[in-house]
Design a protein around this ligand. Structure first.
Ligand code: SF4
Length: 458
């Protein structure tokens, strides 16, 4: 889970500001670190740091990043890898000039590639697989950067959506299965690439289309060119983008995420009718599904939980004795909505169950008579190797326990999941072609479970 952005402006030198606004819109895809690289035609300048876009960038920083071309990245990392060295975009000098790269995705053959590159003398500064991609590009003998990128990408297995830039070119490229999203937008005088269409809207760009699986788009002064380097033409987009990752106002493969989520909620209501007094969303990821559920079931929707939107990563965790208060600073129940009620709590998914258990406890403490957790996706039973922070089956609640046991551990009166068929129906055409491996164990890119292979988000 990360977000990438890229902009090519024909005249204006404001690429940094466009990239800043684009990253702001993509902040939900990663809050660990962020960065922007720009080119004024001769030099690439970088600014990146740990923290949110609003914490890392200010007027002075943006003024120090002049240029017509820019790329940016917001990063979500796995535990233990939260380091400035892993902040992106990464910038290196190569035979093709200075190259900057931002990556969303996860390679499943990164250990193997890293070992091969090290044997050839490559050195690594970070622990992200993104550096592997840059090393592959740098060592590839090719006519030009575009050819080197394609040759390098043919070695990669897993998911990747990349924005790449030099001093005069912007490139967007997507893995042959299109597991991670990337779309193209048009400005009056320029082009934009972004993980999600919400970032196009935020910079005033018009949505053109998705970058297709196995496609590379090269943007220069004369417009853009498209090249296909792999893939079978059809998309295997991560279905979790619709369930949780993407922002509701984004459009992915022609489908508005909010609409899909309300259909998911309606499907959940049809599959599992229940008698209850109020439907409460887990903020904010359960909101659209809860609205769909409420409309279909006729059970009133209400805000039983209020989220404090201003708790950033700099929030100091309270001491052990005040831990409960810490939870309440982030999320607070509304007793007048909950007292004596039979509550249907709608959440997008349950992975480890820790958050759900906390939420159910808050609802009960606020006086809810019953809490029934309705999950707007099927049981999450297999780890994701393409960019989500779940490294082992051991951590996954639904992989280990029966429904009764899950209810008991979460403290809910019942737990109900949407079926895979229900999810596919709600997503619509092509859903059976998407990656659904965390629900089925059928991985679109074979995963070699070597003990040394680590799941790493770039
Ligand atoms: S395994 Fe699940 S979370 Fe990972 S890419 Fe596939 S659908 Fe998405």
């Amino acid at each position: 889970m990360c977000g990438v952005f890229g902009v090519f402006l024909e005249e204006s030198q404001e690429a940094a500001r466009y990239t800043y606004l684009g990253l702001y819109a993509l902040q939900h895809r990663g809050q660990e670190s962020c960065g922007v690289v720009t080119s004024d035609g001769s030099f690439l300048r970088t600014h990146k740091d740990m923290g949110l876009v609003s914490e890392v960038f200010n007027e002075e920083v943006l003024a120090g990043l002049p240029g017509r071309i820019g790329i940016g990245h917001v990063r979500y990392s796995t535990t233990g890898e939260s380091s400035i060295l892993n902040a992106q975009p990464l910038v290196v000098r190569t035979r093709y000039g200075t190259v900057a790269l931002a990556h969303n995705g996860n390679l499943v053959n990164s250990s193997l590639l890293e070992k091969e590159l090290q044997q050839d003398g490559a050195v690594f500064q970070s622990t992200t697989d993104t550096e592997i991609i840059l090393n592959l590009i740098a060592k590839t003998k090719a006519k030009n950067l575009e050819e080197a990128v394609i040759k390098a990408c043919r070695h990669l297995k897993g998911s990747f959506a990349l924005t790449i830039m030099t001093d005069d070119t912007l490139i967007g490229i997507r893995d042959p299965l299109g597991i991670r999203p990337l779309c193209l937008g048009r400005l009056d005088r320029g082009y934009v690439l972004a993980s999600e269409s919400c970032a196009l809207t935020s910079v005033g760009a018009e949505y053109v289309r998705e970058v297709l699986p196995g496609e590379m788009i090269v943007i220069g002064p004369g417009g853009f060119n498209s090249y296909y380097y792999g893939g079978h033409g059809s998309e295997t987009l991560c279905i979790f983008e619709y369930i949780y990752f993407a922002r509701p106002d984004s459009v992915l493969s022609g489908k508005n995420v909010y609409k899909v989520r309300t259909r998911i909620g309606a499907e959940l209501a049809r599959e599992h009718p229940i008698e209850a007094d109020v439907v409460v969303p887990a903020p904010d990821s359960g909101v659209a599904a809860a609205l769909g559920f409420s409309k279909e079931s006729g059970i009133p929707y209400d805000y039983g939980l209020i989220k404090n939107r201003y708790v950033g990563r700099t929030f100091i965790q309270p001491s052990q004795g005040l831990r409960d208060l810490g939870v309440k600073i982030k999320l607070n129940p509304v007793p007048s909505v909950l007292k004596g009620k039979r509550v249907v709590l709608i959440d997008d998914s349950v992975v480890r169950g820790t958050t759900s258990a906390n939420t159910v406890r808050l609802l009960k403490e606020a006086g809810a008579r019953e809490v029934h957790l309705y999950v707007a996706s099927p049981p999450y039973i297999k780890p994701c190797y393409y960019g989500i922070d779940t490294s082992s089956e051991e951590e996954l609640l639904a992989a280990k326990y029966s429904l009764d046991k899950i209810s008991e551990r979460i403290g809910a009166d019942s737990v109900t999941y949407l079926s895979l068929e229900g999810l596919e129906k709600a997503v619509g055409t092509g859903a059976d072609q998407m990656c659904r491996a965390c629900f089925t164990g059928r991985y679109p890119v074979p995963v070699v479970l070597e003990s040394e292979v680590k799941v790493r988000c770039s």
